[in-house]
Design a binder for this molecule. Structure first.
Ligand code: ZN
Length: 293
């Protein structure tokens, strides 16, 4: 098991804690989408957050989607995760290049820009739960923390990190999230804040051999931590020909008629995994009937 996340609680359940190592799945995203270093950091952080936030859902079929819709040159980030550790995602402009930030780091905030962060939780009900907040810094972790506070009234701390090698492979990736449950006593809050204020960045911890266990151990030092779960996490796309067909039907009969008139097969790629689905003219005719249906 290479990538995994751990989940636990501390101080009798007043603190919920998560940490993940996600190097392999971020590397897979880099290869699928040919991500530039800053795009790898932006999508890698969001994918890691997706595995953590996805693991908080109750049912196997629940789906969580995180959308960063900012005005920066990356043009938007979409990540989808389930409760079982599967995650996938894409950015609109994977080849975005930016000079390093003032701190000499990959400028994820500059790539994302300002705009809206949307979190959608589809639990099979008629209407999915949608929460929306303004993007604060575009650095992903700060924005998701603000989302939890504003939209769900849960005080949280989150750290996400992706460290790239010079050959554009992923050296380290991972993250953590700590959440305070309602009615947490002041002394628990104070101790946690003190620990968090002393923390270095996730990237720094991972670079020095940090693991999900050691990261949470660091943050929750001196507290009674109880490990609840260890979950393998991976990049996984569940696209199928029938789903792509449904998307084609939704385009509408006019456009499908145009495609048939062209007389050539149409190739549609999955945005999440790049897999191509071919439809020949006969396939398109069947799809046209369904669209007219
Ligand atoms: Zn796919």
């Amino acid at each position: 098991m290479s990538d995994y996340l751990i989940r636990g609680m501390a101080e009798g359940g007043f603190i919920r804690a998560f940490a993940a190592t996600s190097k392999e799945l971020v590397q897979q995203a880099v290869e699928i989408h040919h991500l530039s270093p800053v795009a790898a950091a932006a999508l890698g952080r969001t994918l890691t957050a997706g595995t953590i936030m996805g693991s908080m859902m109750k049912n196997e079929k629940d789906v969580l989607t995180i959308i960063f819709n900012g005005d920066g040159p990356i043009g938007g980030i979409t990540v989808t995760a389930d409760a079982a550790g599967h995650v996938k995602g894409y950015v609109k402009n994977p080849d975005v290049m930016l000079p390093p930030s003032a701190k000499g780091k990959l400028d994820v905030g500059g790539a994302v820009g300002h705009g809206l962060l949307r979190v959608i939780r589809d639990t099979g009900l008629k209407e999915p739960y949608v929460g929306e907040t303004a993007i604060i810094t575009g650095e992903i972790a700060e924005d998701l923390t603000a989302y939890y506070l504003e939209s769900e009234q849960i005080p949280s701390a989150m750290g996400l990190g992706v460290l790239m090698n010079h050959d554009n492979t992923v050296r380290e990736a991972g993250g953590f999230m700590i959440q305070l449950m309602p009615f947490a006593p002041d002394d628990v809050i104070d101790r946690l804040e003190e620990r968090l204020s002393k923390m270095t960045s996730v990237t720094e911890l991972l670079k020095n051999g940090g693991t999900p266990e050691s990261i949470l151990g660091d943050i929750l030092e001196g507290m009674d931590f109880e490990l609840l779960d260890t979950i393998p996490i991976s990049y996984h796309c569940d696209c199928t020909r029938s789903r792509v067909t449904k998307a084609l039907i939704a385009i509408g009969s006019g456009e499908i008629e145009d495609m048939i008139r062209e007389g050539k097969p149409v190739s549609l790629g999955c945005q999440f995994c790049g897999k191509n689905y071919e439809f020949n003219v006969d396939d398109l005719k069947v799809i046209l009937e369904a669209a007219k249906g």
